[in-house]
Design a protein around this ligand. Structure first.
Ligand code: CU
Length: 336
């Protein structure tokens, strides 16, 4: 599979910027919105969130939208696409993924058809989600790479189990810990408390091939993992471009954002620290074995004044410096 290296990060940035929707410039952020963890919401609040997701999923997408970012694995627009597929951001809550028992976590045990995120699919159903608000029996369908029911395929050792990835060294992979090891409570704490003034260090740990960001995608698998459905038409390319199909995507990315936010609060040197550049080279694992400095200096870098491409999904062009703070520019939110 051609899992293009830099796209994963690029897509993350693009989606994050959708938060700007509705923001037209700097304003006084005196009462920032407080983003809460999913399980701390009341059932009524969970119901509202899910109903908002489903609402945009039933609205027709903007047919005038033309992506200018043009990787080969962005599926062509299709007529069934909704505003949900069009990139309306929903990540105003976040989720702590349970590193101890990811599969059995209460997070995946809520099968309520109005307020539950639902659980796992299995091979017998082509990994379709069968319970919760986004199940096969609900009206929720996703459109890319072609119309289908949401899928989740629990995969604890994604780099070992998945045939979607290159396998340069099976012995090496057999010794890897479970992917959940990258986001235990201790690891997340050490990320927030460490890397003082060292944005690249934080980014490298968060965005590495086996970092917490990518690993949650791969463990959830299916749509979140960017894996083509087994009955996909010929030409389907697995990759990150349709991972937002799963509403979990937005909760997870908000958590990634939250770690960055918490890190920024920890030290004055962290607050505006930034360095562009991807650390991922998913199509060539061996690059990960090279010294970190090589990886960080040989891939394209963006700077504080770089414009972030949003293809018109945000009302105004934005730069990195404009959104480096969640409360000092057009953004106005904090995490609990
Ligand atoms: Cu992601």
């Amino acid at each position: 599979m051609a899992f293009n290296s830099s796209l994963f990060t690029l897509y993350f940035v693009l989606v994050s910027l959708l938060l700007l929707a509705g923001a037209t410039g700097t304003r006084n952020c005196t009462r920032p919105a407080v983003r809460k963890e999913w399980r701390s919401l009341s059932q009524e609040e969970q119901k509202h969130w899910i109903s908002a997701v489903k609402c945009v999923a039933h609205l027709l997408h903007d047919e005038t939208f033309v992506p200018t970012v043009n990787p080969p694995d962005i599926a062509a627009y299709n007529a069934s696409g909704s505003l949900y597929d069009g990139g309306i951001s929903k990540d105003f809550v976040y989720s702590h993924m349970d590193a101890t028992d990811f599969y059995g976590s209460a997070f995946f045990k809520d099968s309520n058809s109005k307020s539950g995120l639902g659980g796992w699919g299995d091979a017998s159903t082509q990994f379709r989600v069968l319970d919760g608000a986004f199940s096969a029996s609900s009206t929720f369908r996703v459109s890319y790479p072609f119309p289908h029911t949401l899928r989740r395929n629990f995969t604890l050792f994604p780099l070992f189990d998945s045939l979607s990835f290159p396998t340069p060294d099976v012995v090496w992979k057999r010794t890897r810990p479970a992917a959940t090891a990258s986001f235990t409570e201790q690891v997340v704490e050490s990320m927030i408390n460490g890397f003082v003034g060292d944005f690249k260090g934080l980014q490298a740990q968060m965005e590495g091939v086996e970092g917490p960001h990518a690993n949650v995608h791969f463990i959830v698998g299916g749509d979140m993992g960017g894996i083509c459905p087994v009955d996909a038409p010929a030409g389907c390319i697995s990759g990150p471009t349709f991972t937002p199909n799963d509403p979990l995507f937005f909760l997870h990315h908000a958590m990634v954002d939250r770690v960055w936010f918490k890190w920024q609060q920890k030290h004055a040197l962290n607050k505006y620290a930034f360095a562009g550049g991807s650390v991922q080279k998913l199509d060539n694992f061996t690059v990960q074995l090279l010294p970190l400095d090589f990886i960080l200096t040989n891939l394209s870098c963006s700077k504080m004044d770089s414009e972030i491409p949003t293809d018109g999904l945000a009302p105004l062009p934005s730069t990195v410096s404009n959104v480096i703070s969640t409360t000092e520019g057009p953004l106005c939110y904090v995490y609990e």
